[in-house]
Design a binder for this molecule. Sequence first.
Ligand SMILES: [Zn+2]
Length: 314
Amino acid sequence: MWLRSTALAVPLLAALGTAGLTACGEANDGRQVNIAVSGDEVTVSGSKITTPTTAAQAVADAQVASAPAAADVAVNDHPAPPDPAPDAAAPGHISLNRLTGNVDPAKDATFAKIPEKYIGGQRTWGQKDAVEAFGRMAEAAAVNGYQLKIVSAFRSFDDQKKIWEDKWTGATLVEKGKLPKTIPDPNKRAKKILEYSSMPGTSRHHWGTDFDLNSLDNKYFNTKDGKRIYDWLVQHAGEFGFCQPYSAKGEGGRASGYEEEKWHWSYKPVASWYLKQYPDDVGYERLKGFLGAETAVGLDVIPNYVQAINPECK
Ligand SMILES: [Zn+2]
């Protein structure tokens, strides 16, 4: 199925329900990103991300088929990134406002606008070093025929509050239902939302260091094209400073925290500093001002979610 317009994509998403199409909250936020996935195409906010199924892919496939090392050669030929953001190695004390998303990126010199060609959604800001590193990674991916698009980037406390509360109140359906009806118990309701969406004040998207790429649906990354992109990221993202914080859970994986998100990639040279400082500076008294905030303490969201990430990202 090909969908080109937001108007068409929205009812499709509603029809599909939200079980697999959420995460980071964005997919369930009607004013944010509308994504439809078909075998070979992802539509984001009405703009098309075409994964390389045609000429570029054919070339890349041919390269890979005829010379298995082609992808590696191409990447290694790419100018090596500078030592990951040397100025990020010691950012100094990160303010509480930065840790919890109370910043205006347009007025903050550590943020930069994401170049238009990489944008696949409505979020357009990231930490300067992260944006530059992403550009290097995206160009290397493009050499291999893989198009990386950022469908979500920096989100403020208020952005996250809207995402969270829309799920909390039932304005955004979760697994086809309105949570106040399907899960009246506040703690259980919060846990359901926490499968894929952070409480305001606890999102890595507040930091501007983390980007959601191409699709907010794990199923997409199991399609032929999505899997190729994911496999490329797993193999090469680290060369550019990126890692997948929400890696697989269960045996051999993380024991707690958000569900796996194959689209969410973090620029570790900056994000790791935010993560280190977060539990020292942010207390539960700070996680207030949104519906359901009273559940934060009982669920102990700081160790159980904020810190419960892939050890490789720490
Ligand atoms: Zn995310």
